[in-house]
Write a protein that binds this ligand. Structure first.
Ligand code: SAH
Length: 248
């Protein structure tokens, strides 16, 4: 079981697989007023940077589940590196339908809401793991400006304009799901660059060491096309943020 190989290749050097910088991830941890011993569940935990740094900085404990074997191994190594391996656990697996045995203080899905069929399904899934008074974290893109055409939406790697909402509409959708929005940290365009542009150097270096790999042609094509696509579409049209919600 794994995610498509192209993601493991392009993001192998990423610690954070979303447009939040290390500084903003730390800001989010402070904003949530995390207490020592707080329990965190992270569905689609990637390379575990959120859990590991919050365990280090705030003393949280928790579990991350991710379908990428590589990212999960990196998460375990990061926990060792930060000296928090006794506080956080990383499971390689499918997070679809995952509910924790014990109610958690923070139930997160940051940049992987397809796990439960979108934002609404993910809020519903995470709520099942939440203790009363706990916080749900959703990391999700939104339109900075509405794409004028479906082609522009596709340029942002969306299937259609309706895949995402404008920020006020996204916030209204959380409200309609019965949640108070209690915090948010948003990525700006420079933050997006740290996520997207970092893939290009990784792909270039990978091509140099793996010229005859069966994925080399795909990686070469992506490295050639991605900077232009990203600058024309994603960077201009897509915003990204983590939203902290409390069910009413
Ligand atoms: N939250 C992490 C990773 C976001 S990228 C971070 O912000 O750094 C999306 C992640 O979802 C990837 O790590 C990918 O491997 C994982 N993923 C995709 N489908 C999944 C599934 N069905 N179950 C668990 N993880 C999944």
């Amino acid at each position: 079981m794994d995610i498509p190989r192209i993601f493991n290749i392009a993001e192998s050097a990423h610690r954070i697989h979303n447009p939040l910088t290390p500084g903003k991830l730390a800001t989010l941890g402070v904003a949530l007023r995390l207490e020592s011993g707080a329990r965190v569940l992270d569905l689609g935990s990637g390379s575990g940077e959120m859990l590991c740094t919050w365990a280090h900085d705030h003393g949280v404990v928790g579990t991350g589940i991710d379908m990428s074997r590589l990212f999960t191994e990196q998460a375990k190594r990061r926990a060792e590196e930060l000296g928090v391996a006794d506080q956080v656990k990383f499971i390689h697996g499918d997070a679809t339908g995952y509910v924790s045995d014990e109610g958690v203080d923070v139930a997160a899905c940051v940049g992987a809401t397809w796990i439960a069929g979108g934002v609404a399904g993910t809020v519903e899934l995470l709520a099942q793991s939440l203790r009363t008074g706990g916080i749900i974290l959703i990391g999700e893109p939104y339109w900075r400006q509405l794409p004028p055409t479906k082609e522009v939406a596709k340029g942002c790697l969306a299937n259609s304009i309706s895949d995402f909402l404008l920020l006020p509409e996204l916030l209204a959708s959380f409200d309609r799901l019965g949640c108070d929005i209690v915090e948010m940290v948003l990525a700006d365009q420079d933050d997006w660059d740290r996520y997207e542009a970092a893939k290009w150097l990784t792909m270039r270096r990978w091509l140099e060491t793996n010229p005859d790999d069966e994925s080399a042609e795909e990686v070469r094509a992506k490295l050639t096309s991605e900077p232009g696509r990203y600058a024309a579409y994603t960077r201009e049209y897509l915003g990204w943020g983590v939203f902290a919600l409390m069910p009413r």
